[in-house]
Ligand binder design. Structure first.
Ligand SMILES: C[S@@+](CC[C@H](N)C(=O)[O-])C[C@H]1O[C@@H](n2cnc3c(N)ncnc32)[C@H](O)[C@@H]1O
Length: 382
């Protein structure tokens, strides 16, 4: 950090600047430095805001244009690798939220619809451009893929193979999004599918996508399912379930799965066990989201199922998120009239922060296959 930079931003309070600078230097990040992951400060109030409000202040000040960074993904990778997020203070509101999460069920049936309205209903114009043609809003499988399209189709096939789908089977997709997996399973594997979502926009589009196929898309909470299926799959939805409901979730799967059925859970996971969600992500992207740990999944599933396979391909989410960001920026001119510039910064921040978190190995992507111990000759596909 050269003294000329300090003059440039005219830091009003040396201490705010000094502490922030010291923290960032532990992650190899310079203030107003030349590396792509360095911060360019536009408003010197930034230092105070970050030190007082932690992660929330960092994200909100970015949305407000108080700082820039050419490679936000690398910035987050470095910050998380250095463990800086644990050294920032919590905003008072966040402390209250954590207390509330311990006391109340933040993902109750009534509250579950919030994320549908606030995130998944944001705009099909945006999601249809940012995502692949199957509109997969979950990690692709990049093992042999070069493009987002290939990675998402490989993921869809991987799921179908792990589930050992056979024509005529009934499959339940809990958290079916825009219906891409339902369409793929019905078209390529000859199964009949029931999908559930809590987003009205998703239901509308999924129904159009699956017209003419043996697919039903329900707008309902997973807890209201009472049926029987040969296979159950749930992709990118468990992150909305919350610790107070993990046991209920697995009971619902158990209740709806035939005795010789298979269940595939695809979820982001984290090793932390407290309240596994970043306050900025909670406020602006996924209200009431919460990442499960291995222990959460083990405890909730063991009364019901045998765990047949546990596959981590978290590194592939980094690549997926970077591909989404590229497509988001490319399509921005077509959708800019429908959103604000602040929204653009918010989405850029979200996609890059998550990519950096996967790259830093802070969070994981798990596919877990469960059975009831019935002989399937289970050799799970990879
Ligand atoms: C990240 S999206 C994943 C969508 C899709 N599976 C995919 O991979 O593209 C999460 C999905 O979970 C659904 N979801 C969240 N909470 C739910 C709940 N309580 N009951 C049913 N679906 C829920 C959302 O509506 C959304 O479709």
């Amino acid at each position: 950090m050269s003294s000329s930079c300090i003059e440039e931003v005219r830091v009003p309070n040396d201490d705010w600047y000094r502490i922030t600078n010291e923290l960032l230097s532990r992650a190899g990040i310079e203030i107003n430095g030349n590396a792509p992951s360095d911060l360019q400060i536009k408003n010197p109030q930034f230092f105070k805001r970050v030190l007082q409000e932690g992660s929330l202040g960092l994200g909100e000040s970015y949305m407000d244009g108080w700082w820039e960074c050419e490679r936000l993904d690398i910035f987050f990778q470095k910050v998380l690798r250095a463990g800086l997020e644990n050294q920032l203070p919590r905003h008072l509101k966040d402390t209250l939220r954590i207390a509330a999460a311990r006391l109340f069920n933040l993902q109750s049936k009534k509250r579950a619809w919030m994320v549908g309205k606030e995130h998944y209903d944001l705009g099909n114009d945006l999601f249809s451009r940012m995502l692949d043609p199957f509109m997969q809003y979950s990690c692709g499988y990049w093992k042999d893929a070069q493009t987002l399209e290939e990675a998402q189709q490989a993921k869809l096939n991987l799921i179908c193979q792990k589930l050992k789908l056979e024509p005529g089977m009934r499959v339940l997709d809990i958290g079916c999004g825009w219906g891409g997996l339902a369409q793929f399973m019905a078209e390529h594997y000859g199964v009949s599918v029931v999908g559930v979502t809590i987003s009205a926009e998703q239901q509308k589009m999924a129904q159009q996508r699956c017209e003419g196929l043996d697919v039903t898309i329900l707008l309902q909470d997973y807890r209201d399912l009472h049926d029987k299926f040969d296979r159950i799959v749930s992709v990118g939805m468990f992150e909305h379930v919350g610790p107070k409901n993990y046991a209920t979730y697995f009971s619902v799967v158990d209740r709806n799965l035939k005795p010789d059925g298979l269940f595939l859970l695809h979820t982001i996971g984290s090793k932390r066990t407290d309240l596994n969600v970043d306050p900025w992500i909670n406020k602006y992207i996924f209200p009431n989201g919460c990442l499960p740990s291995v222990r959460h999944i083990a405890d909730a599933s063991e009364p019901h199922f045998v765990m047949e396979d546990w596959h981590n391909f978290g590194a592939d989410y980094d690549t997926t998120l970077m591909a989404w960001h590229e497509r988001f920026l490319e399509s921005w001119p077509e959708i800019a009239d429908n959103y604000s510039e602040r929204f653009k910064r918010m989405f850029t921040y979200y996609l890059n922060a998550c990519a950096g978190a996967f790259r830093a190995r802070d969070i994981q992507l798990w596919q877990v296959v469960f059975s009831r111990g019935v002989e399937h000759g289970l050799r799970v596909a990879r």
